[in-house]
Design a protein around this ligand. Structure first.
Ligand code: KG4
Ligand code: ZN
Length: 344
């Protein structure tokens, strides 16, 4: 049975895993860096990269010990090679290359987005291609039709901020703390989602793309007006994001009628209002709704190990001079969307 050591370090999560080709996660370890970034209220790339250097070797030792596996028994080393914060990607990829070189095992350079795209298969054995993935995190906001290993059609991306980024920026504007998503969700529970009139950018447009920058500016104006409580602004903001996600996903489903399921991944999938609204949307379309457990939705190394296992079994191994990539679109044919360079 294929056995892969997975490594993830593309943002502020350092992670390692041992995953098999028959969907078993033998071990996974993850260290977040929240406390390191909290004073600034956002992820600082240089701090993140240094933390990966310090933390990653210990996590790799930990998963090998937990899985009671020696490097000899591993078939390949799968490391995220992008897209992401370049310093962090370099740390994980170079570590993977070093282990591959020292152990004589092949390297698999995994696209982080491919990890997210395939991860629901780990928790949902019945999931079949093609499925529509809504990937909503701090760094990404995309709708991807997952057609098979290596076959991804990006139907939509954000033209400015990612949804999680909008939550984080709103939390900062309202003085709710970091990370922003859970803080906004908590404040929203005590607010009225109809209290503040906020825009729904791009809702109704033909292409299912996203935009959240205007919403953030509207939050700033609402705060400075002094007319609303933080709770009402948080609740109204959350409702506006949910309305955008639902409208844009509905549009994508119309463009991809072959989808067999609606799947959500990324940190924003932790949001209960988001989950409930997407459950309703899938039901209206007669589709199963799949939301993997949260640890698998947010950045982790099990998804990298799993993508690595599938790639290894398909004979897709990479050379040791594979470069780290800050940008690496999953769908090479996706049109370039104006303003979307950073998040594409
Ligand atoms: O997938 P993730 O852990 O990391 C990447 O960004 O790749 O996602 C983190 C993002 C952050 O922007 C965070 O604010 C958001 O997910 N998030 C949430 C919630 N929990 C995390 N957003 C809304 N509601 C939540 N409960
Ligand atoms: Zn991610």
């Amino acid at each position: 049975m294929t056995l892969i050591l997975g490594i993830e370090s593309s943002c502020d999560e350092t992670a390692a895993s041992l995953v098999t080709g028959d969907r078993r996660v033998l071990a996974h370890a993850l260290a977040g860096q929240e406390s390191a970034h909290r004073p600034v209220g956002g992820v600082v790339p240089e701090i993140a990269a240094r933390a990966h250097v310090e933390i990653l070797p210990g996590l790799i030792e930990q998963v090998l010990a937990e899985g009671q596996v020696s490097l000899d028994e591993v078939d390949a080393i799968a490391a995220t090679a992008g897209p992401g914060l370049i310093g962090g990607v370099m740390v994980g990829l170079v570590t993977g290359k070093g282990i591959a070189l020292a152990s004589g095992k092949p390297l698999i350079a995994v696209n982080h987005l491919e990890g997210h795209a395939l991860s629901p298969m780990l928790s949902e054995p019945g999931l079949t291609f093609p499925y529509l993935l809504l990937l909503v995190s701090g760094g990404h906001c995309q709708l991807i039709l997952v057609r098979g290993l290596g076959y991804y059609r990006r139907l939509a991306t954000t033209i400015d901020d990612a949804a999680g980024e909008a939550f984080d920026k709103t939390a900062k504007l309202l003085g709710l703390g970091f990370p922003g998503g859970p803080a906004v969700e908590l404040a929203a529970k005590a607010g009225d989602p109809k209290a503040v009139k906020l825009p729904r950018p791009l809702v109704g447009s033909a292409e299912p793309h996203f935009s959240f920058a205007g919403l953030k500016s509207a939050v700033l104006r609402a705060r400075d007006s002094g007319l609303h409580t933080r709770e009402d602004i948080a609740a109204s903001f959350q409702q506006a994001v949910v309305d955008c996600l639902v409208d844009r996903t509905t549009r994508a489903l119309a463009l991809a009628p072959e989808a067999t399921a609606l799947v959500v991944a990324g940190g924003v999938a932790a949001n209960q209002t988001v989950r409930t609204s997407l459950t309703g949307l899938a039901k209206r379309h007669g589709l199963p709704f799949v939301a993997p457990p949260l640890w698998l939705c947010t950045d982790n190394a099990a998804m990298i190990g799993w993508a690595g296992a599938l790639r290894f079994e398909a004979g897709l191994i990479d050379s040791l001079d594979t470069p780290p990539r800050a940008r690496w679109p999953l769908d090479p044919d996706a049109e370039i969307v104006r303003g979307a360079g950073v998040k594409a």
